[in-house]
Design a protein around this ligand. Structure first.
Ligand SMILES: *[C@@H]1O[C@H](CO)[C@@H](O)[C@H](O)[C@H]1NC(C)=O
Ligand SMILES: *[C@@H]1O[C@H](CO)[C@@H](O)[C@H](O)[C@H]1NC(C)=O
Ligand SMILES: *[C@@H]1O[C@H](CO)[C@@H](O)[C@H](O)[C@H]1NC(C)=O
Length: 688
């Protein structure tokens, strides 16, 4: 195909060099056109050349599209075991597949079944009621994007409960290093790095994520990373995306600011951004009435916020100021608390750090923004991301970029400032003006109350598990994800004395606009294994055999989910259609009413080339987490870092008598070690 494309270009641009024969053909062809009388022979040749060139171009594009579509729709490669001989079809396929992918062609490749999804839907995000069926998806769309549309709308945007804790999730900083203790400097470098990432995105310089270095994942979720805010509505929220946004919005101690990111037609440099942040930190003025707690509106229930927004923020300076926040590139919260991993007090310091990223004080993050960058008083930081516009790996990709740019490429001076010099005549940040009446302040307080109750109930526990990691798990000839999932099953059984429906999010971005599919990881096979582990009479060999079977089952389910053969998005769509038709299905009601009492998600580390995990294992993100999904369930997010470290972020609710994140954490630790013990490797876990 590439040869044919170059050939077409050759015809169009270097038409004089085409052989005599082709010229003859072109003049014959042009002779049949009526305008030939009015055009010189030279002109006719040009027209003929262009016509043929265009025709060929269209034909080649068409063929390429279809070939690409076919190649990308075939997922048989995924089911080849690495230890088996590669099947002939995979061999043929991989011989043809790895060429450079023209981006325009890629975008138009569709697959029949796109798989959308998420970290599990929260208990407070309801399934649609019968009156609100899919008829609202009125604009005709290709079938491929409908599932994603429905998912976005019904799982996220129509949820009327708080998005804080229930839907938003966070990403955490390095654990063991703090590049600078100056809050303004850390903000300077990281804001600059984020803006550089946006620029790369605008210029289409971000490479799509590749599976096996060959198959690109769909990149459509990146589109609304910046200049985006969720806007509340009474029935449903919407995502508002601006094609232009040259400023950011900043919150500090009850004040809101608008900070321009460009001056003199260029992006501000890190030291200049630091200078702007220093000015904000130095502002000792009083917050205006209602300003301090304003953002609590985004943390509480959606309907009161939607009503307050149209009542109090649709005119005058309130509208202007709200616009400055909602239309900003992203939101920055300068937190006045200090959060960091404290080796003296590891458990409590990390739990508080995680909670702060997840919900803060409920009024110091703008939860509607596509993401908040949070910079703490002594230079640690993190992100809080809204969930409707994309899934965690997309935010993770940005975060990896920021963390790898910050201490290494941008760097700091010896006294902890950003490199470079402050700008002598840079205009300062603009303080946003509000006029918030008492009536609105009452709504703010009641939202804050709802949010506070939710936040106080979160039982967060973060474990840097460093007894062993991917390195040893691979020696057990098990997939690391399968190993961890099975350990979670064992841990859960020991924790609660029973099995439960388990959710693991898998990506379905092999499909256009795909999001996620559910892997139901509590299987008959894992249950058999767990029972054997709990049975003193079972031998090591029996346990190992059952483990192997369970791991294979898990891997199979995961592959099926990734390749569009999972069941949960089917069920979801069936449910919507049944609501639309007004037909209640007892079957669907029953399968969908079972809560996900264990909800899990692996955060993939995507740009390994950015990090030097061997020499600087400490310079890597510690992952992220999300809030509890079911009232008496656990949320577990984990990230596999290098060969020897796995971080777990566990959440549950204090109000449930059945759960305790710390107890579950120690069960996970024990389960991981017990399973490793089965292999009797001469491992360093035993020496520790
Ligand atoms: C943004 O969108 C508006 C209206 O759709 C359009 O007029 C404007 O030219 C766009 N700006 C850019 C930079 O694309
Ligand atoms: C966001 O705004 C910037 C600056 O106006 C613009 O260049 C960029 O294209 C926008 N980004 C997106 C993803 O729309
Ligand atoms: C954090 O910063 C404050 C001043 O901004 C300082 O007094 C305190 O010692 C710092 N804490 C740590 C752990 O560095």
């Amino acid at each position: 195909a590439n040869v044919a494309v170059s050939y077409c270009k050759l015809i169009i641009t270097n038409y004089y060099s085409v052989s005599e024969r082709a010229l003859q053909f072109i003049s014959n062809l042009t002779a049949v056109f009526p305008f030939s009388k009015y055009v010189t022979e030279e002109g006719q040749r040009v027209v003929g050349g262009v016509l043929i060139g265009t025709g060929l171009w269209i034909a080649v594009t068409f063929v390429m599209r279809n070939v690409l579509k076919y190649l990308l729709s075939w997922h048989g490669w995924m089911f080849n075991r690495h230890d088996l001989v590669v099947s002939w079809s995979t061999a043929l396929w991989s011989a043809t597949a790895p060429w450079p992918w023209p981006s325009t062609v890629l975008r138009s490749v569709t697959a029949p079944w796109p798989w959308p999804s998420t970290v599990p839907q929260s208990a407070t995000v309801p399934w649609p009621r019968s009156s609100t069926g899919p008829q609202s998806a009125t604009t005709p769309r290709p079938w491929s994007s409908i599932v994603s549309d429905w998912w976005e709308e019904y799982i996220y945007l129509r949820g009327r409960g708080p998005i804080m804790v229930n839907s938003n999730y966070y990403a955490m900083d390095f654990l063991y290093v703090i590049p600078t203790t100056r809050q303004a400097a850390r903000a300077g470098n990281s804001i600059h790095a984020i803006m550089m990432y946006r620029r790369k995105l605008d210029r289409a310089q971000i490479k799509p994520l590749m599976v096996l270095n060959t198959i690109p994942m769909c990149s459509s979720q990146y589109e609304r990373m910046f200049n985006t805010s969720r806007v509340p509505g009474v029935e449903t929220d919407v995502l508002q995306h601006m094609n232009e946004s040259k400023h950011i919005a900043v919150y500090y101690k009850g004040h809101f600011y608008k900070v321009w990111m460009f001056y003199d037609g260029r992006l501000l440099l890190p030291r200049e951004i630091e200078q702007q942040i220093e000015r904000i930190l130095a502002d000792k003025s009083e917050p205006q009435p209602g300003e301090e707690l304003l953002a609590a509106l985004t943390a509480g229930d959606r309907v009161p916020w939607a009503k307050a927004r149209s009542q109090f923020f649709s005119r005058g300076k309130n509208k202007q100021s709200l616009d400055a926040v909602e239309k900003a590139a992203f939101f920055v919260s300068l937190d006045d608390t200090e959060q960091r991993y404290d080796p003296e007090n590891p458990v409590q310091s990390l739990d508080s750090y995680g909670k702060s990223l997840l919900h803060g004080k409920c009024h110091d993050r703008w939860f509607d923004k596509s993401f908040n960058l949070i910079v703490f008083k002594n230079g640690t930081m993190g992100l809080n991301a809204e969930h409707s516009w994309a899934d965690a790996p997309v935010v993770g990709h940005l975060w990896e970029h920021v963390l790898s740019s910050d201490p290494v490429r941008l760097g700091y001076t010896e006294d902890g400032h950003c490199k470079g010099n402050p700008h002598p005549n840079l205009p300062g940040p603009q303080r946003l003006q509000w006029d918030i009446p008492e009536e609105c302040q009452a709504v703010i307080s009641s939202s804050l109350k709802v949010a506070k109750a939710l936040a106080d109930d979160v039982d967060m526990h973060i474990i840097p598990f460093n007894n062993f990691g991917k390195g040893l798990i691979k020696k057990c000839k098990t997939s690391p994800d399968g190993f961890i999932q099975i350990a979670l099953q064992l841990a859960h059984f020991r924790d609660k004395g029973k099995f439960c429906l388990t959710y693991e999010a898998s990506m379905t971005r092999l499909f256009r606009e795909g999001r996620t599919e559910t892997v139901r990881t509590c299987t008959t096979q894992t249950c058999d294994f767990v029972r054997a582990m709990m049975n003193d009479k079972a031998t090591r060999e029996e346990k190992l055999k059952l483990l192997k079977v369970a791991a294979e089952k898990h891997q199979d389910l995961y592959r099926l989910a990734m390749t569009g053969d999972g069941i949960d998005r089917h069920l979801f769509c069936l449910y919507l259609v049944s609501k639309y038709l007004g037909e209640d299905s007892a079957f669907l009601k029953e399968v969908l009413s079972e809560p996900w009492r264990l909800s899990t998600s692996q955060t993939p580390l995507q740009q390994l080339d950015l990090f030097d995990l061997k020499r600087h294992p400490e310079f890597v993100t510690s992952g992220g987490g999300f809030g509890p999904v079911a009232d008496d369930g656990y949320g577990v997010s984990y990230i596999i870092l290098g060969e020897d470290l796995i971080n777990f972020h566990i959440s549950s609710k204090h109000s449930s008598p059945e759960t305790d994140s710390h107890r579950f954490g120690s069960n996970i630790r024990k389960a991981m070690l017990d399973i490793l013990d089965l292999f009797q490797l001469d491992n360093k876990a035993n020496n520790k």
